[in-house]
Design a protein around this ligand. Structure first.
Ligand code: SAH
Length: 247
């Protein structure tokens, strides 16, 4: 069943009004008709509804709520991905795939060995585009929450955030001791986890950056004996973390 996200103000008196780009998607792309049933999520509260299309107009699609969905598709593990800024198409792939698997937040990070620099004037547009990719991936995978794509930060700004997490894992290609699995198995059992992960860009993570991260209490892990591309590493990490911790 197709899923769409709306805001609280679009839900009123057992009806949900769909507006904006979704209208064209419903009418021209999906060619849906009155009577068809869709899933609608409130992006502010994560509440979910099953609704039937009652009226199709130029500007909006009006639906009648059939029922509220009680189950959630969200995980007990919150994973925030700090991603060393890669080339543009790779970032899009990372956002799409990690959203499907279950990441909560994606934060682009400027690192020493980044090949691309995100200039201020294009940064806002890029973030908006990435947020749209997260939205459609969330619809596609029927998430209840759309991951937030934050503005790019630098390594120093990550340091301030490390303490927010139960565990902050840095995937480092030169690490050969602690595996991701070992690091996760060391965690105290909890009902909910908040995990931060950092993956380097194409050029990898600089030794000075690793030293600074270590001083600030992160856990450095290896993802195995083979070197993964910077887009494969976060996808692998998010899925393995959920495999180990999701209940
Ligand atoms: N250019 C580097 C590889 C960078 S891979 C080299 O040739 O060595 C990009 C990022 O993916 C790395 O910085 C790291 O965060 C992650 N990564 C890839 N393979 C990994 C592995 N086997 N163990 C830990 N991290 C890995």
């Amino acid at each position: 069943m197709q899923k769409f996200f709306v805001e609280t103000k679009q839900i009123k008196n057992e009806k949900i009004t769909i507006i904006g780009e979704d209208v064209k998607h419903i009418t021209s792309v999906l060619r849906m008709k009155v009577g068809e049933v869709i899933q609608i999520g409130n992006k502010e509260t994560s509440e979910n509804y099953i609704a039937k299309i009652a009226q199709i107009g130029e500007e909006n699609v009006i639906t009648n709520i059939i029922k509220k969905v009680e189950e959630t598709s969200e995980s007990n593990v919150q994973i925030d991905l700090y991603q060393g800024l890669p080339k543009a198409d790779k970032m899009e792939l990372i956002i799409q795939k990690t959203t499907e698997i279950g990441a909560s937040k994606i934060i682009p990070v400027e690192m020493t060995r980044c090949v691309v620099k995100l200039e201020e004037k294009e940064a806002k547009k890029k973030t908006e585009r990435w947020q749209k990719i997260a939205l459609s991936a969330a619809e596609q995978s029927k998430r209840d929450k759309i991951p937030t794509i934050e503005n790019k930060i630098n390594l120093k700004q990550i340091i301030e955030k490390i303490k927010e997490y139960d565990c902050f894992l840095v995937a480092y290609e030169e690490e050969h001791q602690i595996t991701l699995k070992q690091a996760l198995q060391r965690l105290n059992k909890k009902q909910y986890y908040k995990i931060g992960i950092l993956v380097g860009p194409e050029g990898g993570i600089d030794t000075k950056e690793i030293a600074l991260l270590k001083e600030n209490g992160v856990t450095i892990v290896t993802l195995g004996r083979r070197i993964l591309r910077c887009e494969t590493a976060p996808i692998t990490m998010v899925s393995n973390i959920l495999y180990e911790l999701e209940s």
